[in-house]
Design a binder for this molecule. Structure first.
Ligand code: PMV
Length: 328
């Protein structure tokens, strides 16, 4: 039996623009998904204790996913099972053992579909735990690549390498197309506000693509986000939190212009700014989900807790560890 964990992430800069080849800088946060894997004779049995699914157990054999009797939307269950299923396929492939059976238990502190990388964290931890259970130790690069392939498959080709690379490596990373690297970064005082909702990533990405193809100024907006990311990298290297905050504010404004913010996300961004946060922006696909602010004080988290539309606010430091083994 092996338990591995991997962190969620926020986008400091660059979501959406990364889809068009601009760089993005995601940062891992100290909120983790833990996956325990134990080999069994055949088939795969998944238990998800805390995926905001209220706990479900499902037995299935590979692609022929069984249907759990739980009171949550099928789409959520199917998505969750789909990620675990593909992660197990990758582990079997890596270990050259196409029929290995597993008991898989997933526990996650990361809200689902909210722009902070829950699926990537589950996939990275699941591949790590399952390969180790089969006696194989993957390099972090191979693990990140296999996790990316899982997201690519489950999300019908709509995936960048950002989430999975960040969750594997930890810390701040820079992703530009196929080029993924880690960045030195100071401790960053992230505060996250969550509206309890989730955006439809596919629809939001398609909306930005339409705008970009219709209007030259929308294409310029995407390119301007790339400029912000490049300036942001320099601010990160200097540990200049005030400049990072200004650039986050600007990045949020451009995402808002591209139509991917929402009333609750804007309300949380403004609450953070009013509380004195050096900067705040939505993180991930948008439409609902999470905002990320920088604030060393407790003011922003407190202000968010009192903001209508904010369901949960929490602090999370930069996680420098990435994937790790929690127990055997
Ligand atoms: O909401 P998330 O964490 O899945 O992030 C989506 C980020 C996008 O740039 C909008 C899409 C992508 O795959 O990079």
């Amino acid at each position: 039996m092996v338990t591995s964990s991997a962190p969620g992430k926020v986008y400091l800069f660059g979501e959406h623009a990364v889809v068009y080849g601009e760089p993005a800088v995601p940062c891992a946060i100290e909120r983790r998904a833990r996956v325990t894997v134990e080999e069994r004779a055949e088939g795969v049995r998944v238990h998800a204790g805390d995926l905001t699914l209220d706990g479900f157990t499902v037995e299935y054999d590979d692609a022929a996913a069984g249907h759990p009797d739980v009171d949550v939307p099928d789409s959520l269950v199917e998505a969750g099972v789909g990620y675990v299923n593909e992660a197990i396929s990758q582990a079997r492939d890596a270990a050259d053992d196409g029929t290995a059976g597993f008991d898989v238990t997933v526990d996650s502190e990361i809200p689902l579909g909210a722009g902070i990388g829950s699926s990537a964290a589950v996939v990275v931890a699941a591949i790590d735990a399952a390969t180790r259970e089969l006696g194989v130790e993957l390099s972090r690069e191979e693990l990140a690549d296999r996790a990316y392939r899982v997201e690519y498959t489950v999300q019908d080709g709509q995936a960048s390498r950002a989430d999975t690379f960040c969750s594997t490596m930890g810390g701040a990373v820079r992703v530009e197309g196929e080029d993924c690297r880690t960045l030195p970064a100071p401790d960053l005082p992230f505060v996250i506000g969550y509206d309890g909702g989730a955006g439809d990533t596919g629809a939001l990405v398609a909306g930005v693509r339409d705008l970009k193809e219709t209007y030259g100024f929308a294409a310029d907006t995407v390119a301007a986000i790339g400029d912000i990311v490049r300036r942001g990298e320099a601010a990160l290297a200097d540990g200049d939190v005030a400049e990072l905050g200004r650039l986050m504010d600007f990045n949020h404004g451009l995402l808002e212009a591209l139509g991917v913010s929402s009333r609750s996300l804007d309300a949380m961004v403004w609450a953070a700014r009013d509380a004195g946060a050096p900067g705040a922006k939505l993180t991930g696909a948008g439409g609902g989900g999470c905002v990320v602010a920088l604030d060393e004080t407790t003011e922003t988290a407190t202000a968010l807790e009192y903001t209508p539309g904010c369901q949960q606010a929490f602090r999370a430091e930069l996680d420098t560890d990435g994937v790790r083994v929690e127990g055997r």
